[in-house]
Design a protein around this ligand. Structure first.
Ligand code: AMP
Length: 142
């Protein structure tokens, strides 16, 4: 097992429901360490830039509208196999398919408003972490 870092975004529907702490608590209890964290509000252009790989998808406008609709929490999570571990804790992108007890099963409102984002590979994690954080803002703890 190797120590990895992954990017997590707590999405607007969680912020609006005042459930930030519940999500963070579940990530920590599952063995992930928060090594960088901030609340930000994405404007339309920055949201498009983050999700550019989905620009031709039918849900793209809904996704950009949602993610830029209120503040979000962006975090770097660190831990053993953090990319895959975080994806297990989050569950399937579609909350209807997410296993019971996963974050997306418990906190989503729809497939777009699915409560949390996590990097899907080590390569994307590096890219996504660089998108939001400078190296000096990340405090590795393992
Ligand atoms: P991904 O890059 O796969 O994590 O997808 C980014 C986000 O797009 C997901 O977290 C969902 O909010 C949204 N999304 C992905 N697939 C769909 C879909 N089939 N329908 C609607 N929204 C989706």
């Amino acid at each position: 097992m190797q120590i990895e870092q992954t990017l997590s975004i707590i999405k607007p529907n969680v912020i609006i429901k005042n459930s930030i702490g519940s999500i963070i608590s579940r990530l920590e209890k599952a063995g992930l360490f928060i090594v960088a964290s901030k609340m930000i509000k994405l404007n339309w252009e920055k949201a498009v830039s983050f999700y550019i790989e989905h620009k031709n998808k039918s849900f793209f406008e809904d996704l950009i509208h949602f993610i830029s609709s209120s503040p979000i929490i962006v975090q770097v999570l660190e831990g053993y196999n953090a990319v895959q571990r975080n994806r297990e804790i989050m569950g399937n992108t579609n909350p209807k398919l997410a296993l019971s007890g996963t974050l997306r099963s418990d906190y989503s409102d729809s497939i777009v408003e699915n409560s949390i984002h996590g990097s899907d590979s080590i390569i994307s994690a590096k890219k996504e972490i660089n998108f939001f954080f400078k190296t000096k803002e990340i405090f590795s703890r393992i």
